[in-house]
Ligand binder design. Structure first.
Ligand SMILES: Nc1ncnc2c1ncn2[C@@H]1O[C@H](COP(=O)(O)OP(=O)(O)OP(=O)(O)O)[C@@H](O)[C@H]1O
Length: 522
């Protein structure tokens, strides 16, 4: 009976493309083609130069199908013939495997005795993808008609295999991303310090409030001086909430250049503006199902405040360049060291946004208001920083030093204390720790670190750099706002950022720490 090749091709192609799991495709296809061609077992292999042979990844027979991982090493002459393209025919009929060098190896490795097989090569746009081996029990089972009919399927097989491999890669990458994300998330928590020192003493009231609100979805406003621990508390709220396994995204509203605020927060579509070469998810989208921490919310320009208010009201965002509205499930925590109430009265902060975020304020007391926390914080930072600096034996504190710490005014709050401990450890790795730099600071009228550079030995760029660093250390890294470095230096914040970039002065707290240490050691 003459085979209807169109029907054969159409039906087999539908079956091959019926699943993204290549072994399932093989199984469905084998069952159908066995009515036309001897087909007891079907295998898929990929030539893998890194292992010097073939990697079998899927198989199917009458009983079922499975993914597999079996590597077969090939001798160098066979590898050469594969790589030089000598075995480039669309298909090979191997009716007596013992007479073919490749057939011998494969049938023996796969433990297939007394079989015949057809090897069908799969290529896409000239690229070698892999080989389908169709086995049948017995010798001389395949004719050239069988092979020609089977080879009609080389393109559907190649496309299905290519899709399946890409799909497999995407699934693996996704799993890897999820696991990396989980790891980084835990790392972030441990870096920012999941421990709230003073939770039972100076921050007891704060932690009681955290306990009342953490499990709800309400927006929270954290108030407190620079370095008092607003981020630590935001982190604690996230960790005590049901969202703790979801992202915690921190946004420093004062550090985003004004022209990028929209696309950073809400993302953009490809081509939305010059330079938008691909679609980008914004920080709100990245925080999906988790918490977004809007630090320095008082630094947002007024148009961005309007945008934010709308997002909080509608719980929806739109990417720049016109995406359909994207629904959000996010907990918002805002923070500022500024007096928002006063800013509202002065017209610098929108009243409607202020009402929206101020429903549940948490005020973090300044460190000087809770001196009882200082010894615990010092001990905590000595342990933490010793570990980071590779100091194995925890150094002791000089007897009079703790007293000095207790009397200090701490304008930079806990961050200043943390920096003081780090500086002391760098200078006296084996202790005792005196915290003498604190005296320098006090002698200097509390105005950050003294500029000790010898101006005569510096060029203009170095002098400008030292000057900017000095001002940044005074403002604790703040660029925007009335007490920010840009205002003090009398330049626009973007001009200052541009100059900082040019002079290699980085943004952020980590680099601020580096500046502080550099000044302390100079
Ligand atoms: N109660 C605390 N327990 C442990 N570490 C703390 C505590 N409070 C603050 N810190 C540490 O002090 C540093 C400053 O804290 P944090 O960044 O939370 O302050 P902030 O108020 O958010 O500062 P800014 O206003 O500059 O954003 C961080 O390294 C943080 O880990």
């Amino acid at each position: 009976m003459k085979t209807d090749t169109d029907f054969f091709f159409r039906k087999a192609t539908l079956l091959i493309c019926s699943s993204l799991d290549i072994e399932v495709s093989l199984w469905r296809c084998r069952e159908f083609i066995s009515k036309y061609i001897p087909a007891d077992e079907i295998y898929l292999n990929i030539y893998e130069p890194s292992i010097g042979g073939l990697r079998y990844i899927a198989r199917a027979d009458e009983a079922g199908c499975e993914k597999m991982e079996k590597n077969i090493k090939l001798p160098s002459d066979l590898i050469k013939s594969i790589e030089s393209g000598q075995r480039l025919q669309d298909y090979l009929i191997i009716n007596k495997p013992e007479n073919d060098p490749m057939g011998r190896i494969i049938s023996s490795e796969m433990n297939l005795k007394n079989t015949s097989f057809i090897a069908l090569r799969l290529r896409i746009e000239g690229h070698r993808l892999g080989v389908i081996d169709l086995f049948a029990q017995g010798k001389d089972r395949f004719t050239s008609e069988h092979a020609k009919l089977f080879s009609l399927l080389k393109e559907p097989f190649a496309i299905a295999m290519s899709n399946a491999l890409k799909h497999q890669e995407v699934v693996q990458l996704k799993e890897q991303l999820i696991s990396d994300n989980r790891y980084l998330h835990n790392e972030l928590i441990s870096k920012s310090g999941d421990e709230v020192i003073g939770a039972g003493s100076g921050l007891k009231g704060v932690m009681e409030k955290v306990g009342q609100i953490a499990h709800l979805k309400n927006t929270i406003l954290i108030l407190g001086e620079t370095g008092a621990g607003k981020e630590v508390i935001a982190n604690a709220i996230h960790c005590y909430s049901l969202r703790k396994n979801q992202p915690f995204i921190k946004v420093n509203c004062g550090a985003i250049p004004e022209n990028l605020i929209d696309s950073e927060l809400f993302g953009h579509e490809k081509g939305a503006f010059t330079g938008a070469v691909s679609q980008k998810r914004g920080l709100f989208e990245r925080a999906s199902k988790g918490t977004i921490f809007l630090d320095e919310i008082g630094e947002l320009p007024s148009w961005a405040q309007i945008r934010l208010l709308r997002v909080l009201q509608t719980q929806e965002i739109e990417r720049v360049g016109g995406s359909p509205p994207i629904k959000l499930d996010i907990r918002v925590i805002a923070a500022t060291h500024r007096d928002l109430n006063k800013m509202v009265l002065q017209g610098d902060f929108r009243e409607d946004l202020w009402f929206r975020i101020n429903a549940f304020p948490i005020h973090i007391p300044a460190l000087r208001m809770r001196p009882n926390d200082i010894p615990m914080l010092v001990e905590h930072f000595i342990k933490k920083k010793s570990k980071e600096l590779g100091i194995h034996k925890i150094p002791a504190i000089a007897p009079e030093a703790l007293d000095r710490l207790l009397k200090h005014h701490w304008p930079g709050n806990v961050r200043e204390l943390e920096n003081a401990v780090e500086r002391a450890l760098i200078q006296h790795r084996s202790g005792p720790l005196f915290f003498n730099q604190l005296m320098d600071y006090e002698d200097n009228g509390g105005s950050a670190i003294p500029l000790k550079h010898k101006l005569s030995s510096m060029n203009l760029d170095e002098i400008i750099k030292a000057c900017i660093e000095q001002v940044l250390s005074m403002t604790n890294g703040r660029i925007n706002g009335p007490k920010g470095a840009a205002k003090i230096l009398g330049v626009h914040p973007n001009t200052l950022r541009h100059r900082m970039k040019k002079l290699g002065i980085n943004f952020g707290k980590v680099s601020l720490l580096a500046i502080l240490i550099r000044h302390a050691l100079s």
